[in-house]
Each structure stands twice: as structure tokens, then as C-alpha cells.
Ligand binder design. Sequence first.
Ligand code: SDX
Length: 434
Amino acid sequence: MSKTLTLTDNDTGRSAELPVLEPTYGTPVVDISGVPREIGCFTHDPGYGATSACRSWVTYIDGDQGILLYRGYPIEQLAEKSSFLEVCYLLIYGELPGAAEWVEFEADIRKHTMVHEGLRTIITGYRRGSHPMAMMVGLVGALSGFYHDALDVNDPAHRLACIHRLVAKMPTIAADTHKWGAGQPFMHPDNSYGFVENFMRMMFGVPAEPFEVDPVAARALELMMILHADHEQNASTSTVRLCGSSGTNPYAAIAAGIATLWGPAHGGANEAVVQMLSEIGGRGDIPKFIDRVKDRESGVRLMGFGHRVYKSYDPRASIIRNACHDLLSKLEGTEREQPMFESALELERIARSDDYFIERNLYPNVDFYSGIILSALGFPLNMFTVIFAVARTVGWITQWNEMLGDTEDFRIGRPRQLYLGHARRDYVPAEERS
Ligand code: SDX
């Protein structure tokens, strides 16, 4: 016998038996779809902090315990033992690949790493100083203008072709945005390199020279991409689902996700953290900055801190902070050393001993240390959120595919509202207005 909750309107006596749906893990959900019919009202939850928007089998987060699972596998184990492309397979297909499946998947991805040359014509229309995320939104949206052969979103085979294309092409497109801004020639992918190494070569290589992959740097980038691959129903993933629920093509839906990720409250925070650390200056200025953050009037936030779900340490932040220690110790004395890492550690130490942050359960999130690693790897500041988008594309497109494949629950998303505007009133001709 499944559990139910009774909701009763004490004025009218109308009541509804609401089914409680039990999860594998985490918080049970109350199916409120019958409330308007049974009670005659909507539920209200601005920011969807208390709302389950869908069923999903992909990623589980426990915000209190600081747990993150991709298809049931702990992020700590995947970060240590897997590769980004294997995590892509896991997210897309739901299982780790066997030998034959892996060979086939790698070949499918390699087939699609190049982009239509017309896309590179589009990019040259952007002003050289355009933010790479502005180019990413436009270029990924434009993909639907090039790949007409598989756009039937109701055909699982077409959806899989789009998934392979997007996962394979995002590094090439991302590198192109950097090359265009840097005034350097575009690099074609070279599939003799690994997936992440190919991305680094397109980013930092030039046609005139052979490209030597630094294995330590490649592993650090691989780690970053694994950690950013998916994260349940965050703002950009929810955007991709809502956009895709209209039946639009996946390239347009992913472009909407990229646009959402760009915001400083979301994926744009990694860039904002490094800007914040640069503005704070030395460690001696940290207490003054913390005071500004605590002053609500200032509107200043500690970027890279806080999370809608994690009310404990974001497990990804712990992994990245440890990776910083490993990577940066090898860069000491080089032009890539990152003095801001010490400032970030001091900032975290001071914040986490301050009641303002403790009372609000504000801890470092995935963005707090990620910019430091990306900077150490040579990525310019304006590429940080682009790296996030390249990695998150597999999560977005997996959730999009899951939504369209969930024939039992799938319908176009259409929230309602609490209307507080004017009551009905008649038009007043211009000559009669005061
Ligand atoms: C990502 O959702 C995901 O899963 C996202 C993500 C993913 O992988 O997809 O994890 C990636 O987006 C990480 C978050 C990156 N953003 C930032 O680092 C920006 C700084 N953080 C915030 O602006 C904020 O913490 C949010 C947006 C992340 C969460 O905001 P909430 O849940 O709406 O929290 P809130 O604004 O209601 O804050 C609750 C209280 C408020 O204080 P009071 O009104 O109670 O006095 O905490 C305060 C806030 O003022 N607060 C902060 C703060 N974050 C919250 N105060 C100072 N600095 C902060 N960063």
C-alpha cells in the first residue's frame, strides 16, 4: 500500500489524497498534480527549492552528506579511476562500458570531432573581443542548421546521433572560440590524441609546431571535466529539459543550457571567483572583504561559496582543492604558479570560522577552486565557464534524452503563477487619459 498525504482546505472541506513517491535514495516526493482539480489551488515554490520537476535515473546528490553519484557510482571513485569519456559513456548508457562497447563508443565519438567549416565562417563574424560564452551560445545553436540528417527527437537513434555529435564537437567549438579571440588559426582535431589531450592540443597547440601533452596537466583537466559532467536538476539542466520539452532540436536546447550556465550565480561563478580573489588583493585584505560580504547592503557575495543543495562541503570542491595542492606544488617557481591559491585557502579558513557562514551552511562549492586549476593549466579567465559547458554538455544531453525517452511522464513543461496584477479594466482612449 503506497503512502499518501492528505491536503485539506479547512474553509471548503475539499481534500485530496496525494501519493507519496519513494526514491532509491533521498527525500520522498508528494505528487501534487491532483491539487488543482481536488482542492482548486496551485502550489507555489519560487526558485523550485522544494519541487521535484521530474523522474531521473542519472545523478543523485545528498546535500547534507555531501554525496554525489553518477548512475550510482561515487564521484570520488570516478574522479580517481575513470576518464571523462568513460564517464560520458556511463552517463549516456547507464552502465560502465565493456571492452567491445568501449571500442564502438570511442569510434563513434572520434567520427564526430570535426565541425562543419561553415561554423568557422560564423565564428569570424564575432568581434575579436567577444566573450567565448557569447560565441558558444550562438555556435551550438547554429549546429541545428548543419546537421539535418538526425533531428527527429522522437527517434532514439536520431537522439543518440545528436548525443555523439554534441559530446564530440564541444571541445572543437570551445577551442575555436579561444583561437578566434587569440587571433590564432583554428586547429583541426587530431584523433590520434585522447579525447582530453585532443582538446588541449586544439586549445594550446599551433599548426606550425608539434604539441607535447603534459600528462599531469591532462589528468588535471580530465578530473575537472569528470567533476563537472552532471549535477541533477540544476538551473541549466532544468533549462535544457524545459526547452527540450517543446520538441525543439537538441542543439537549440543545449544552447539554452549554455546561456543559463553563463550566469555568475551558476557556472559563471568560476570566473567570478578569480576576479574576486584578484580584487581582494593580499591575505591582509580578506577580513575587510568578509565584512563587506556580511553587510547585506553591500550586495557583495563570496563567490564560489554556498549552494542550493549542498549544505555541507561540495564533494567536488574537496577533490579540486586536493588536486590544486598536487598540481600547484609542481608549478612552484614557474610562471604558472598560482599565489591566489593561498589566498583562497585563507579565505575559506576565515569564512568557515565565521558565524555568518556557519549559520547559513555556506561552504565552498565546485566553483571556488576550479578557476585556480584552470588558470594553472593555462586557460584564460574568459574560458573558465566554457570548460564547464564542455564538460556539462554530456549531463545536459543525457537528461534531455532521458526526458524524451520517459514516455510515461513526458509532457511539455508549463508552470503556473500567482497573479498579483490589475483586476479587469476597460481601455481608455488616449484623449481621455490624464
Ligand atoms: C553552481 O545547482 C547546482 O547544482 C549548481 C552547480 C552545478 O554543478 O550545476 O553546483 C554549479 O552553480 C554552483 C554555485 C555557483 N555560484 C556561486 O558560487 C555564487 C555565490 N553563491 C550564491 O549566490 C548562492 O549561494 C547560490 C546561488 C549558489 C545559492 O543560492 P540560494 O540557495 O538561493 O541561497 P540564498 O540566496 O537563499 O542564500 C541563503 C542565505 C542568504 O542570507 P540571508 O538572506 O539568510 O541573510 O545565504 C546567503 C544569502 O544572502 N548567501 C550568501 C552566499 N550564498 C548565500 N552570502 C554570501 N555569499 C554567498 N555566496
